[in-house]
Design a protein around this ligand. Structure first.
Ligand SMILES: Cc1cc2nc3c(=O)[nH]c(=O)nc-3n(C[C@H](O)[C@H](O)[C@H](O)COP(=O)(O)OP(=O)(O)OC[C@H]3O[C@@H](n4cnc5c(N)ncnc54)[C@H](O)[C@@H]3O)c2cc1C
Length: 474
């Protein structure tokens, strides 16, 4: 990066908001994948006008520009694989309005997701999207990745809640998409195009989100099953009984064993191969009614035990296995490769059968758990990066997993996006014509291809070769 270009950036944001030191660049070059590439400079603008000026400068000088939210992404989306400028949204962290009459909130993109939950719930309102990372991730990153979470089963993913956006195009133009209204069919649905665009089409600077009234009551229970197949079939039985729970999570034997080792006591009766955690919500009578129907459906599907929670302490106990899972898995292997695959709900038994085949064919430890109501499983390949043969087996298992999921009419990503990490597999799910159409859309937004290059179809072998692992934690 040339000295005049750096001077131009400093002129836009002020010298104190431009960093070129190694520590800042390194920290801004990684996400939760812990494999990254340092940018040449990090800028932290404070206004939409500054962002527009940065974009224009990068567009004119053909310098790569990558937006960074909270950096919790799992697919390298915020990693500047070709260097250039990282644009940190850190200063865009204010809730601008909570409008109870119109059931909406206007936020800057780097508001932490939990901060919005807390603020709206204090007013009797509810923002449903709840990625497990909600204490750290930011709403702009959630919109860019169309983040999901346990509550997506009943409430849908982030997309359902985005009404309007202010965004800066890579050319420096400022646009507003959508409207504050429930209905809006004026022009193309640009808001929907930007949701899930993984920071490749525009820089989000303001987000208008739909809220709903906070549910008055919840009922939670867990159910164990003697086979994973029975548990997976119980998921469909609950839905067919006419209930859509707020969350319906599944843990397999490997996940239950990991948590049991972590907390020092069993999480399910001996002989259990799977656990479902089910939560319904709504008015008090509706929650009681739905819980009764869902427990009956689980019993009918062969549940071997049921634990119902009517107090908040009991509810926490029911959630314990699911909550402790991420920490527990860390004990199984030095690294987990977490794939967020999704299939139509009714094909969950086939997805679990596929995971069993991967365990056997590739001699790997795999824990598969997740949002069963959505058909969205986190398939975690537990690996040791120092074991080259194991890493080769994991790569083969990964390819077989993605091919198998597409054959089951599913998707290679239900939550985390493609980034650079899954770019090699995009062609499994999308045809050449579909990718070419996306490339033409990208060209229309970003004629010089400066915004977040090296992602989706654009990831090259050189991009991947340039990545380095984060140093091990001290
Ligand atoms: C422990 C853990 C649990 C997780 N659980 C879930 C889960 O349950 N569900 C789920 O969906 N995800 C989950 N994730 C993944 C991650 O938290 C989400 O993808 C989240 O939405 C990323 O938000 P972020 O602010 O950290 O974005 P970043 O990682 O900073 O960026 C992600 C992408 O968004 C783009 N971006 C960020 N801000 C903007 C902006 N203002 N304008 C344009 N583009 C932008 C970036 O360029 C990048 O491409 C989890 C991650 C971890 C570490």
């Amino acid at each position: 990066m040339t000295a005049p270009f750096l001077e131009a950036l400093a002129g836009i944001v002020g010298p104190a908001r431009l960093a070129v030191d190694a520590a800042t660049r390194d920290a801004a070059g990684r996400d939760a994948l812990l494999r990254g590439h340092a940018p040449d400079a990090v800028v932290t603008p404070g206004s939409t006008a500054e962002i527009a000026a940065i974009a224009r400068a990068c567009h004119e000088a053909r310098v790569p520009l990558t937006v960074r939210g909270a950096g919790t992404g799992y697919t390298g989306g915020a990693v500047p694989v070709r260097g250039g400028v990282v644009l940190s949204m850190a200063r865009f962290d204010r809730i601008l309005a909570i409008d109870a009459a119109n059931l909406l909130a206007v936020v800057q993109p780097n508001v932490v997701t939990r901060a919005l939950h807390d603020a709206v719930e204090a007013q009797g309102l509810f923002y449903p999207p709840d990625p497990a990372s909600l204490a750290r991730c930011a709403l702009g990153g959630n919109v860019a990745e169309d983040a999901g979470g346990p509550r997506a089963f009943k409430y849908g993913t982030t997309r359902r809640y985005v009404l309007a956006l202010e965004a800066v195009l890579p050319t420096g133009e400022i646009i507003r998409t959508g409207a504050k209204t429930v209905k809006n069919v004026t022009g193309y649905a640009l808001t929907d195009l930007l949701v899930g665009s993984e920071g490749t089409l525009a820089i989000l600077t303001e987000i208008t989100l739909r809220l709903v009234p906070k549910p008055a009551a919840q009922r939670t229970f867990s159910a164990t099953f003697a086979t994973i197949d029975a548990a997976a079939r119980a998921v469909s039985a609950v839905v067919q009984a006419g209930v859509v729970p707020a969350t319906l999570e599944i843990l397999d034997r490997a996940s239950l064993d990991a948590v049991a080792a972590h907390v020092g006591r069993p999480m399910a009766p001996a002989g259990s191969e799977a656990l479902l955690v089910v939560e319904v919500d709504g008015s008090e009578p509706a929650a009681v009614h739905d819980a009764a129907i869902a427990t009956a459906a689980c019993r009918g599907a062969g549940a071997t035990s049921l634990v119902e929670a009517s107090t908040s302490e009991a509810r926490e106990a029911v959630w314990e296995a699911r909550r402790e899972l991420s920490f527990a898995l860390r004990r199984l292997a030095p690294r987990k490769i977490n794939h967020d695959v999704v299939v139509p709900r009714g094909r969950l038994p086939e997805l679990y059968a596929l995971v069993d085949r991967l365990r056997a064919d590739h001699a790997l430890s795999i824990a598969a758990f997740g949002h069963a109501g959505d058909g969205n499983l986190h398939v975690n390949l537990m690996v040791d990066p120092a074991d080259t043969a194991m890493m080769q087996r994991a790569a083969a298992a990964e390819a077989a997993l993605f091919a198998g999921v597409v054959a089951l009419e599913g998707s290679i990503s239900g939550e985390h996006g493609i980034g650079y990490a899954k770019a090699a597999y995009l062609g499994l799910q999308l045809t050449a014509a579909e990718i070419a159409l996306m490339q033409r859309l990208k060209q229309a937004f970003d004629p010089h291809g400066i915004l977040n290059p090296g992602k989706l179809w654009d990831t090259s072998a050189a991009d991947l070769d340039g990545l380095t692992d984060a140093p091990p934690a001290p």
